[in-house]
Design a protein around this ligand. Structure first.
Ligand SMILES: C[S@@+](CC[C@H](N)C(=O)[O-])C[C@H]1O[C@@H](n2cnc3c(N)ncnc32)[C@H](O)[C@@H]1O
Length: 494
């Protein structure tokens, strides 16, 4: 198929946009029409109040009943709601299906953000008990929004979305990239992506093929991917979930592809699952994917699931929960590979052009302050700042402790009063890191008031503790670098 094949003709897409706009089928339009009570009911999949509020069957009401409440509606009301798009074209394009005398949704049609619509396949929740098609096209799911939030939103020339599905990532990329390329292995996904691009007034380059195959030899300033990251024996039943790669092979494959995919200074961000194998450090396993790539890498683990919960989740996601053989085969494979858990997270890579790239693999399961993309961009900025300074330059810098730091202390009462067992420094903003710290770190952070250069701060500390200033400066160097990297202290501009 051609990457520009759509569910509707180009004129039909324009007519659909006209219908949706004139009906006011937007997030705000729906919320205003339903009111707060019915809107909060939707979040609980309770459509009763929404159905009462839409009994009149004007175009907005009919669209809400069809696509939000998954109802079968009278043909005349649907015809009016879709006008000027002819009903015959909406039916031929699969947007609607006949059920008895009425019509119901054949796709999901969701207002998204302030001004977008996203067409995707009807989610499993709207068709209980019905198995998902092998080429089911996902709508806006939890993983989708995780990557949307984690993406660094800075202006770029070219952006690539690998495994675009309905094209949600590409919609966002189009806001800050001059050109957007999106790929997918599935014809159906590309058809939805092409329709969504046109419906939202965008022009993307859409290419069909396996992972980076369709863009071999090309480079991009920003690459994002929410790939079929689910780990297992390599069985493929659903293209949105299964890559066909054994274990966490797809994440390793994307890491290996990154150096030739990125322009100098380019960024690649993707979601991944990784195996926690008994007797192996999961962090070292993941770090191994980036050895020799020459890329700065920051891998953030956001969740960890045990094998049973993991398999349960993904079988239910594709309405396969009732298949005991599939579950057993998956769990047997985990057992054979000694998989104790599965990690989920975001891989952030940057082609910095350094021979000694930074590589961090971290567990960051706390609730971070959104949007995470800004925190990720700032982390790479801080790496650049550190890289540009040697020890002398650090000593000449005035640092300031960032706002919102807290110190939590645990102490035990002994014969001589309270004895401190543990002190934990907590950031109440941003990535909300917390870490156990020793008295030297506390003194460095506590004294970082932005007034004096680090050298003077260390001089005072050396006197107070009766240690040679040079020894203290040497010990403090890596600590300061770590505190800057985590954004605990920040340099004060002259
Ligand atoms: C999890 S969905 C992500 C969809 C969308 N990008 C999002 O963020 O919601 C994964 C997508 O990757 C596509 N895909 C699966 N295997 C692929 C492969 N080997 N190469 C390229 N795309 C693939 C699927 O068809 C699906 O559209």
């Amino acid at each position: 198929m051609d990457g520009n094949d759509m569910l509707l003709s180009p004129a039909g897409v324009d007519q659909l946009r006209t219908a949706l706009t004139s009906a006011g089928y937007t997030s705000t339009g729906i919320a205003d029409r339903l009111g707060p009570g019915a809107t909060s009911g939707l979040a609980r999949n309770d459509f009763r109040a929404a159905l009462r509020a839409t009994e009149e069957r004007d175009p907005l009401a009919t669209l809400i009943r069809l696509f939000v409440c998954a109802q079968t509606e009278p043909e005349e009301a649907v015809r009016a709601a879709f006008a000027p798009l002819p009903l015959a074209e909406a039916l031929a394009g699969g947007l609607l299906e006949r059920v008895g005398d009425g019509l119901r949704q054949g796709v999901d049609l969701e207002p998204y953000g302030d001004s977008w619509w996203v067409l995707s396949d009807v989610p499993a929740s709207a068709r209980p008990g019905q198995p998902l098609a092998a080429d089911h096209v996902l709508g806006i799911g939890g993983a989708t929004t995780t990557l949307v939030g984690a993406t660094v939103r800075r202006p770029v020339g070219s952006a690539l979305d690998l495994g675009t599905g309905s094209g949600v990532q590409a919609l966002h990329l189009a806001e800050h990239a001059r050109s957007v390329t999106a790929t997918d292995v599935s014809d159906r996904s590309l058809r939805f992506a092409a329709t969504n691009a046109a419906l939202n007034g965008h022009t993307w380059e859409l290419l069909k093929g396996d992972l980076v195959g369709p863009v071999a030899g090309r480079r991009f300033d920003l690459v994002v991917s929410n790939p079929p990251f689910v780990v297992g024996p390599g069985t493929t039943t659903h293209s949105y979930r299964d890559s066909g790669r054994v274990g966490d092979g797809i994440a390793a494959e994307l890491a290996a592809a990154a150096p030739t995919l990125l322009t100098e200074g380019g960024t690649m961000q993707y979601l991944a699952n990784w195996l926690h194998v008994a007797g192996e450090d999961w962090g070292e396993r993941v770090a191994g994917w980036f050895a020799g790539t020459g890329l700065d890498a920051w891998v953030i683990q956001r969740e960890v699931a045990d094998p049973m919960a993991y398999v349960d989740l993904w079988l239910a996601d594709a309405s396969e929960a009732a298949d005991p053989h599939r579950m057993a085969a998956w769990l047997d494979w985990f057992d054979a590979q000694k998989v104790e858990a599965v990690g989920f997270g975001v891989v952030n890579l940057r082609r910095g052009g350094h021979t000694d790239p930074v590589l961090r693999v971290e567990d960051l399961r706390q609730a971070v302050q959104p949007p995470m993309g800004e925190q990720i961009a700032a982390w790479f900025d801080r790496q650049d700042w550190l890289r540009a300074r040697d020890g002398e330059a650090l000593l000449a810098t005035r640092f300031r402790a960032v706002d919102g730091l807290k110190l939590r202390q645990e102490a035990s009462m002994g014969d001589e009063g309270w004895a401190v067992d543990r002190q934990v420094l907590v950031q109440s903003h941003g990535l909300r890191w917390s870490e156990e710290v020793d008295p030297l770190v506390l003194a460095l952070v506590g004294g970082a008031n932005g007034q004096v250069p680090l050298r003077e701060q260390l001089g005072v500390l050396a006197l107070a503790h009766d240690v040679p200033a040079d020894d203290l400066a040497e010990a403090a160097g890596p600590i300061i670098a770590h505190l800057v990297e985590r954004g605990v202290i920040a340099p004060v501009a002259d």
